[in-house]
Ligand binder design. Structure first.
Ligand code: 5RP
Length: 224
């Protein structure tokens, strides 16, 4: 089965879970990336249940708009019923690396505001130890070199994602060579570097479940 089909399967499984939520009208956080996009393309099926969505990127907001799904401001809605998004890596504790699409900061904000975070990914994203995927860090542009030097002190090799400006007007450093045994500690440590806006470790707010597309069907990872 190709990767695209696996993504479509997990997107469909996520839609089923969202449709099964008890509220009549739903406020949903919507992620960014090719797997999230598979999910977004299914949303018209439950359009009558969607009161509002909050998008994690301009790209996603545009697609939602094209599909006629209402998109609002996080400040104007309360707690989100669910957040649905992909990931670049997940471990079995449901800690994630995200930010391959440079949307990590808004993704982390929307995830934080959600009751339930449903992560969707093809099976290749499951790892024993996080870090083979270079860890994205969103940085204030003038702090780029300083932050890069500080990241080297933490044992990583940061590479500037040249030509990429985030929706927040910042730049991305991708940190190679990390083997992340304690994601919670590293997430906090990187956030302490002056000039860092956000890092792509989702350990303080991990997923609540990860739906993984595999050749044998959709596997569900849950905490514990
Ligand atoms: C964007 C993300 C994406 O969720 C992540 O990169 C996975 O993308 P895809 O579903 O295309 O593999 O974090 O910032």
């Amino acid at each position: 089965m190709d990767q695209q089909t696996l993504k479509e399967h997990v997107a469909a499984a996520a839609l089923e879970r969202v449709a099964a939520l008890p509220n009549d009208q739903l406020v949903l956080g919507i992620g960014t990336g090719s797997t999230a996009e598979c999910f977004i393309r299914l949303l018209p099926q439950i359009k009558s249940r969607i009161e509002m969505t909050v998008s994690s990127s301009e790209r996603t907001a545009t697609l939602l708009g094209e599909l006629g799904i209402p998109v609002g401001d996080l400040n104007s809605v309360g707690v989100l019923d669910a957040y649905i998004d992909g990931a670049d890596e997940t471990n079995d504790q449901l800690q994630l690396i995200k930010g391959g699409g440079a949307a990590l900061t808004r993704e982390k904000i929307v995830a934080a505001a959600a009751e339930v975070f449903i992560c969707i990914a093809d099976g290749s994203k499951r790892v024993g130890t996080l870090g083979a995927f270079p860890l994205p860090i969103e940085v204030i542009p003038m702090a780029r070199s300083y932050v890069a030097r500080e990241l080297v002190k933490l044992g990583g090799q940061p590479i500037w994602r040249e030509g990429v400006i985030t929706d927040n007007g910042n730049v991305i450093l991708d940190v190679h060579g990390l083997s992340i045994d304690n994601a919670l500690a590293l997430e906090g440590q990187i956030n302490q570097i002056t000039g860092v806006v956000c890092n792509g470790l989702f350990a303080r707010r991990p997923a609540d479940c990860v739906l993984l597309g595999t050749a044998h069907g959709v596997e569900v990872l849950t905490p514990g």
